[in-house]
Design a protein around this ligand. Structure first.
Ligand code: PMP
Length: 389
């Protein structure tokens, strides 16, 4: 059977990983500055994470949510302590899209309203409501089309206020990433997030903080929205939560009541996923990884700013973007194929860095040194091509 050909795969077969490194089927080592797309939070195959999952596997991997599964409460307690959001309620599911789907649905249940506000360059996932709130027509099927979502310009306080003034009483929720990831590492300004909070308060709409990519400590705070000192009504989380084990969740403010059966999923909150998620939080806490991400991120960004070829170095913690000029547009491919470093990208010319929060100073330096070599190689190649012509 063929795999459904939807992914722009590089012709590289990854079969093993440890910490900040992955290896292909020929044993070639790659430095993972992409974290498998912001998923690897504590490092690939972290021994504590492996042990927790193995121990849980021997006890019980799964039972349905028709009964209490005590490890869910253990996870909720730990998450409350590490995130500082102890008074919130936790709903567990399996992916970022599912978390956003449920958050949007819950907001509609809660307010009795239909309208969603989302922003330019947003990415919220590929399920029907999540994709409808995503600013990328290429992934919207006819069945997902809805006029219930309004797209406003990101970071534009005036446009937000104007829209609320005209439509506020119809809006169920505003959904916003604290730092846009897929859209190209754009930080939501403090004024913008504070204005969303204020407008939502005024019109009784819910503030949904999509923290699937920018959350879980990656930004140097547990939730990047915390930089603006605002509390969202709902936080959605996924990627870094399981360090590669599929697990996602929604934090729901105490003022939003639950009704039996309003949200549900078969696999959400299964003991194996909870064990993985618990291990991640234990390591984050023990190794002070949120502060580490902040420090390492500042170090990387300061060094990247010294590269004359790169521009718009931006980000928070270990969620970093920079732009490459036209003559270096093959840089990302060169990094992967010639220098064995994985990074992310965003169109048209951004390279994204989303490594494990446990990236060491030595690994950061390895990246920076290799980047220097790769840039020089691409420049030399360009010169060669010109002289051949
Ligand atoms: N929200 C954001 C901000 C994301 O970056 C992503 C994934 N790139 C999603 C939601 C969707 O997550 P998943 O792929 O786990 O459904």
């Amino acid at each position: 059977m063929k795999l459904f050909d939807v992914y722009p795969l590089y012709d590289i077969a990854i079969t093993r990983a440890s910490g900040a490194y992955v290896w292909d089927d020929n044993g070639v080592q790659y430095l993972d500055m992409y974290g498998g797309h912001a998923v690897i939070s504590i490092g690939h195959t972290h021994p504590h994470w492996v042990k927790r999952i193995e121990d849980q596997l021997e006890k019980i991997a799964f039972y349905s949510n028709s009964v209490h599964l005590p490890i869910q409460q253990q996870l909720a307690d730990k998450l409350g302590a590490v995130s500082g959001k102890n008074d919130y309620q936790l709903f567990l599911c399996n992916s970022g899209a599912e978390a956003n789907e449920n958050a949007l649905k819950l907001a509609s249940f809660h307010t009795g309203r239909k309208k969603i506000v989302a922003f330019s360059k947003s990415f919220h996932g590929r399920t029907s409501l999540a994709v409808a709130a995503t600013d990328n027509p290429a992934i919207v099927a006819p069945v997902n089309e809805t006029n219930n979502v309004a797209f406003l310009p990101f970071n534009d306080v005036a446009a937000l206020e104007q829209y609320f003034a005209a439509n506020g009483h119809t809006i169920a929720a505003v959904i916003v990433e604290g730092i846009q990831g897929v859209g190209g590492i754009h930080i939501a300004s403090e004024a913008f997030l504070q204005s969303i909070r204020q407008q939502c308060n005024q019109y009784n709409a819910l503030f949904i903080a999509d923290s699937v990519q920018c959350g879980y400590g990656r930004s140097g705070k547990f939730f990047s929205h915390d930089y603006a000192n605002v509390q969202a009504d709902i936080y959605t989380m996924a990627k870094g939560m399981g360090n590669g084990f599929p697990v996602a969740g929604i934090l729901i403010a105490p003022h939003i009541p639950a009704k039996h059966g309003m949200l549900g999923t078969t696999f959400g909150g299964n003991p194996l996923a909870c064990a993985a998620a618990l291990a991640v939080l234990e390591v984050i806490e023990q190794d002070n990884l949120i502060e580490m991400a902040k420090q390492r991120g500042m170090y990387l960004m300061n060094k990247l700013k010294e590269f004359p070829e790169l521009s718009n170095v931006r980000g928070r913690g270990l969620m970093i973007g920079f732009d490459v000029p036209e003559n270096l547009k093959s840089l990302r491919k060169t990094l992967i194929f010639d220098y064995k470093i994985f990074t992310g990208e965003a169109k048209p010319n951004t390279i994204r860095l989303l490594p494990s929060l446990a990236l060491t100073r030595k690994q950061a330096d390895e990246f920076l040194e290799t980047l220097r070599e790769a840039i020089d190689a691409v420049k030399a190649e360009a010169v060669n091509q010109v002289s051949v012509k």
